[in-house]
Design a protein around this ligand. Sequence first.
Ligand SMILES: CC(C)(COP(=O)(O)OP(=O)(O)OC[C@H]1O[C@@H](n2cnc3c(N)ncnc32)[C@H](O)[C@@H]1OP(=O)(O)O)[C@@H](O)C(=O)NCCC(=O)NCCS
Length: 136
Amino acid sequence: MRRRVLRHDDPAIYHPDPRDEEATSLHYGGFLGPRLVVSASFFPSAPPMNASLVTFQLRYMATDFDVQGRGYGARVLAFAEEDLCALGVEQLWANGRDTALGFYESVGWLCVEGSQHLSPETLLPHTVIFKRLIGQ
Ligand SMILES: CC(C)(COP(=O)(O)OP(=O)(O)OC[C@H]1O[C@@H](n2cnc3c(N)ncnc32)[C@H](O)[C@@H]1OP(=O)(O)O)[C@@H](O)C(=O)NCCC(=O)NCCS
């Protein structure tokens, strides 16, 4: 999913994250039968905003091309948010692709004003986004 949806299916790119195997990393998948169609990984993180909150970073949010727009991404993200909240996580953040900001906003994430930047990995425009899982 990371390679196909997020890295142009470049066969030369194997895309592990150095934190993938750490005990504190959490990986969520959405399945249609045996087929993985949504991926999302969460890693403990220093909070870039609301510094006192227990914070995880979302990375590699992706829905496979042929099933985008069916609500699957939102469903997996909602499941993950509920699970993380139950584990004591208070806030999530991510570098959101600008082309996907409408998705995140539709499920309650907020953009940090003035945080637009180019990803050093993909050179695509991104914006810092976050969501509090506990009261304001
Ligand atoms: C962005 C992505 C994860 C969304 O997943 P999805 O399963 O297609 O999204 P859903 O069908 O659950 O959409 C939920 C809502 O977000 C909206 N939405 C989805 N993608 C959107 C986009 N790119 N821009 C604006 N709105 C979007 C949907 O219209 C829907 O709105 P509704 O509830 O009013 O109907 C998926 O399109 C994707 O993998 N895109 C390519 C990779 C990518 O950009 N990943 C994010 C990296 S930060």
